[in-house]
Design a binder for this molecule. Structure first.
Ligand SMILES: [Zn+2]
Length: 144
């Protein structure tokens, strides 16, 4: 995964923050239920926990654990990643699940329950030099 000069812009369809300060962590955008407090990745209209309609937008924790994962060995058509790589279900510290690739370690080092932290990586560079970024999770905790 690479980083470089140029303004980072989110890959199409993405729902995460790109901090101006590289020391700050990116965060996924989510929905929070004002009735029961449940949180979900992405935008939802109805709470899956209590059925409340009208959820608030929120930012989700950049910390989580690998809930389950698989190692991808074949490149699907149009994929930007070169196998092998890991796709995991990540349970975020504040409750929601999200799907993500896991970077920053060998695919054979990924384990269920492994602490991970959200990170950004470059997928492409636009003609004006801006970097197209996507999110991933890498091994780590708040202290790393
Ligand atoms: Zn609810």
């Amino acid at each position: 995964m690479t980083a470089g000069a140029g303004t980072p812009v989110a890959i199409k369809g993405a729902a995460f923050t790109i901090p101006a300060d590289p020391a700050e962590r990116p965060q996924l955008r989510g929905s929070a239920c004002p009735s029961c407090g449940a949180r979900f990745a992405g935008q939802r209209a109805i709470c899956l926990g209590c059925g409340h309609r009208g959820l608030d937008e929120c930012l989700l924790s950049p910390l989580g654990v690998v809930w389950t994962f698989t190692i991808v060995h074949q490149k699907p058509p149009g994929a930007i990643l070169e196998p092998p790589y890991v796709i995991a279900q990540i349970r975020l510290q504040d409750g929601p699940f999200t799907q993500s690739i896991v970077t920053g370690c060998s695919v054979t080092d990924v384990r269920v329950g492994m602490p991970v932290v959200m990170t950004l990586y470059d997928t492409d560079r636009m003609s004006d030099g801006d970097r197209v970024v996507a999110f991933a999770f890498r091994p780590g905790t708040d202290a790393t």
